[in-house]
Design a protein around this ligand. Sequence first.
Ligand code: PRP
Ligand code: URA
Length: 212
Amino acid sequence: MKNYDNVFIFNHPLIKHKISILRYKKTGMKEFRELIEEITAVMTYESMRDIDLIPVRVETPLEVTTQYRVPEESVVIVPILRAGLGMVNGVHKVFPTAKVGHIGMYRDEETLEPCEYYCKLPDGIENRTVFLVDPMLATGGSACDALDALKKRGCKKIKFMAIIGAPEGVARVAEAHPDVTVYLSTLDRELNGNGYILPGLGDAGDRLFGTK
Ligand code: PRP
Ligand code: URA
């Protein structure tokens, strides 16, 4: 895959370790969900690296000092339903005050094209940094449509976090949305004929929620 300036791929031993367990077909629902949260929490530190801070006055036991905080209202998490829900707690672990919007997309199993079925976002979204989250970036259709939907509603600063991406999907999002930084914990080999990522982890939604 070509190098994209707006794609950041994690190359951290701890993430590799956790992803190997996530992929294993016998890893159960509880452990799968916990791993998704833990990986997301680590990714959130990096994806918030350039977030704006505001100065605040803090009294320590010894003196008054100027320190820096992320304004509580400035961050919104938007999971793509339904598998994206699995990543919300991971962001909340490290930034608990983030509000949450929701975008519902499903992939048509025949055409693999995404369909939007729900969208509810917090007020003032146009002035916040939006963290769009979905564990799987396969053809990129769902992510591109969700990004279009957010931009149509006024979002200007958007980051997209996915756990596993296929080269096809990463290229599609990176090229269609050069203003969006994509954070990926790992880049897989390819898509199969049914649009599943190889080696992948199977259907993330089903494994998170026990629906198969
Ligand atoms: C999965 C996944 C992404 C999408 C990725 O969701 O969570 O949203 O597929 O595929 P794409 O890049 O080819 O669009 P799915 O549509 O299976 O719905 P679910 O989250 O309800 O399981
Ligand atoms: N959605 C998933 O859950 N898994 C894939 O491999 C591709 C899309």
